[in-house]
Structure formats: structure tokens, C-alpha cells
Design a protein around this ligand. Sequence first.
Ligand code: ADP
Ligand code: MG
Length: 346
Amino acid sequence: MKRKLAALVCACLLLTGCGTSQAAPEQTPLQKTLFAMDTTMDLQVYSDDKTLLEDAAALVEELESHLSTTRVGSDIYTLNHSGSATLSPDTAQVMGRALEMCRDTDHALDISIYPVVRAWGFTTGSYQVPSRETLDQLLPMVDADRIDFDPATRSAAIPEGKEVDLGAVGKGYTGDRLSTLLRDRGVTSALLNLGGNVQAVGTKPDGSPWRIAVQDPLNADGFLGVLTIADEAAITSGGYERYFEDEAGNVYWHIIDPATGCPAHSGLLSVTVVGPEGLRCDALSTSLFVMGAEKAEAYWRAHQDFQMILLTEDFQLLLTEGLADRFTLPENSPYTPMVLSAEAQN
Ligand code: ADP
Ligand code: MG
């Protein structure tokens, strides 16, 4: 796995809102930047109600205090350290949906991957390549089906040695909750960039869709293309977001294949998923990256409630047909997009 990615940027630059409003001056958005969930978040909200931003920031803080794996006393910390916990309504919601997605993706997503993620040092930044023996000892712990969760009582329990990590879906859920908060308070126009996970409330104030740039994983200064979105999430996962390199130049990234315990090498460099629900898009961006192009395409055909953009290691840019008119490549793009049709190929 020799791949020099030294020039690549962190997740916070992954997707950048580039749709500044062309609306009248009185429609200047309220703006707030905060650091939470290990990333930089930018909120852009068209409203006169300045308390909205404070309330949005408080909601992010509250969600992090429940969902975090590292904060002492969070639902997930308690579950991981004592083997059982009664989850807050938000954590229970994320847990229930995430477990469904683990099953639905045939465990390409597995929220019990945490012991393996830690063995690679991604939880602390003290990176290391674990031995095969260590991984083989940890892999039996990775099986989300063995998480005992009762949505009615919100009680969760895990066997000894097992640990849960909602990192692959938490920011998507946070985007959903923020969007609902803003809509409930009458906002019809907002763009939320949660460390590269973009969530749009409505359209730009002039009624046109938001335009967001999708990062090119091979060129920190470039972008794959500009995507138009309205009232939906656009969420990207890529190997280049968080990774380390060993002395031989091998690159190891933070998305792990639960089947092997190693960074997923499925032939993809990045996956962007566009759809109405942030949590599902977040779960899918991670799991389709693990699956690789062929399985991702089959999954899309079977479900078709989302659209996606895949960049492969051999520089193929694949777009599902629903994005054909919504994704514009820059003039000097090195890529020729191939549009995937919903009709199964023979
Ligand atoms: P990010 O949150 O960095 O934008 P992702 O949504 O793809 O990226 O989530 C990656 C995080 O999810 C990792 O940092 C790790 O904590 C966790 N993770 C890695 N591989 C998996 C997996 N196969 N299933 C579930 N969670 C994973
Ligand atoms: Mg994800």
C-alpha cells in the first residue's frame, strides 16, 4: 500500500461551502465557527435571530457529551467502560440506526470496530502498525450483532472486551439534528459544514441550490467538482482525511475493513454520498468506501435512496445518474466522469 498522500489536506477542507449568497445585503448570513467532535464546524444561517447560533452550538456540545468515546461520563464511555448503559434519547437514536446500517451493509460498517481503531493509534494520534497476531486477537470483538440494545428502554450492553465507536455516523446525525432545530425555528436557508460533512437547510436565499466543492483527494488545491444540493446532506469519506505513513512510505488510513482489521483497500480514494438523511449518508460514505466500487454500485442499485460520487485508485470518477446534471467538473479536470445508470448492467 504505497501511496504518497503527503500533500493532502485534513477532513475540515474536504468539502467547502462555496455558495456565498448573491442575495441583497440585508440577507448576510449569521456565521459561527466552532471546534467540536474533533473537527472544525462552520455554520452559515440566514436569520435575524442571533440566539440560533448559540443554541446550535449548545446542541453540538450536548450531542458530543453523549456520543463521545473519550469523554468520561458520556453514554458511550460508560457503555465501553462498564459494559452497560442507559442511553440518552439521542445516543439511542444513533445506536438504533447505526445497528440497522451495520446489518444492511453486511458489516462493512461495524460500530464495534473501536478496539481495532485504537490498536492502530487513530484514537490518540500515537500511530503504529499492529502485528497480525494482535489484530487476530481483536477481530473476534468486532461484531455489532453482539451489541444488546433495547430501543424501548434505551438500555445497551456489550460483552467483555467489546467497545463501541459511533464516529462513523455521529457527525451525520449532528447535521440532521441541527437542520431540524433550524427548520423548527423557521430557517429556510442554511449551510452547515461539519468538518467536511455538509448539510443544507433549504436553498440559498434566492431560491437557487447551494453549490459545494467536493475535494479532490489527489490534489489539496483542487476539487473534483461542484455539486448542487438543497435540503440534503453531502458527506465524504476518504483515506486522505486521517492517515499516517511508515518509514517505508506505506500509508495507513482511519477507515478500517472490519473483515481484516486493516485500513480498507477496496480500490477507492473517496466516496461522497448525497441524500436526505445525514446519518445514513455518513454511515454509507464510510461503508461504501470499505466495500469498493463494484459492491457500492450494487448497493446503490438495490436502494436508490441516495446518490454518490466515487473516485477510484485508477482515477475513474463514477457518478450515479441522479447527479449527472448536478455535478460540474472544473474546466481543467483530469477526470472523465462515468455515469452509473440505475438499470443493472449485464
Ligand atoms: P470522518 O468521521 O473522519 O469524516 P468517517 O465518517 O468515514 O470519517 O468515519 C471514520 C471513523 O469511523 C474512524 O475514525 C473510526 O473511528 C470509525 N471507523 C473506521 N472504520 C469503520 C468501520 N468500518 N465501521 C464503523 N466505524 C469505522
Ligand atoms: Mg461516515
